[in-house]
Design a protein around this ligand. Sequence first.
Ligand code: PEP
Ligand code: MN
Length: 353
Amino acid sequence: MLVVMKHGATQADVDAVVRTIEEMGYEARPMPGAQRTAVGLVGNDGRVESSRIEGLPGVAQVIHVTQPYKQVSREWKPENTIVSIAPGVNVGGDEVVVMAGPCSVESEEQIVETARIVRAAGAVCLRGGAFKPRSSPYSFQGLGKEGLKMLAVARRETGLAVITEAMDEEGADLIAEYGDCIQIGARNMQNYSLLKFVSRLGKPVLLKRGPAATINELLLSAEYILAGGNPDVILCERGVRTFDTAVRNMFDLTAIPVVQGLSHLPIVADPSHGTGVRDMVIPMARAAVAAGASGVLVEVHPNPERALSDGAQSLYPDQFAQLVSELRPIASAIGRTVASAPAYHGTVAAVAG
Ligand code: PEP
Ligand code: MN
């Protein structure tokens, strides 16, 4: 429930609303706005009897949030949320953010080389996994903490913001130290204890849709993170499992406008896992930007044949450069631009020259 205060409501009026909500056994979240203050009521699992609050001085309106997710919903917050991953790297505004990198961090040389390649082509974030959720226990599991250190080197070399996946609390703590944004992978979308944990780390979270999760479940998972006190959540559509085996997953483009209607959180698209097939990635990335995604997350490898994971869906460097150049006119056709990486005076200048 959201209590919207009148324009001229005093601090004492707001305090009285907060007190009343607390007396009723719920939590109050005052949200001062440019025009007027609202007070959110959280902690309810169903409709709250609001007559006591409606009668308080300074109250303009009480809005009952009809969705099961509250703070994630557009009813709660009509304007888009912009999540800042790093200084100058904002997801959810007019700019389309390109996030790219290998599925797995394999060596320092590989991740630094990939970071240079994707930055030169127009990526703003480096995405690579150090902790890998693999279907088989015999597949490459990632380099763990050593991989995070390599990502930190790549960030130092290129200035790119680093997004990487946490599979457990220990990994999440390490990523909070070494990275800029914590990815919660599809398999962990409903790992509620991990969601609660990352809500307390003070780092933006990129939350992927589970392979068989409904949009309602995705938004409820995001609610766990907001309810825990972290408003910086980026949602990610990465394809769902269906009856069709022609591609790895069925990339649900519809999720982009559906989520944007229901929630103020930004949604980005991962056409790499969404299709699983290199040659499908470019058309689906173009389509995702046309559909209004706030960004794309694309797997790129300097040598996909030798990739330790997801080589078949990883773009070659020249394909990635082509993709970014194709995204620019598509973004511009819908009044947006592709974000440029903030200037960085590290060793990237030497690479570019
Ligand atoms: C990944 O991003 O490399 C990954 C494992 O993705 P997902 O969680 O979407 O399967
Ligand atoms: Mn992958």
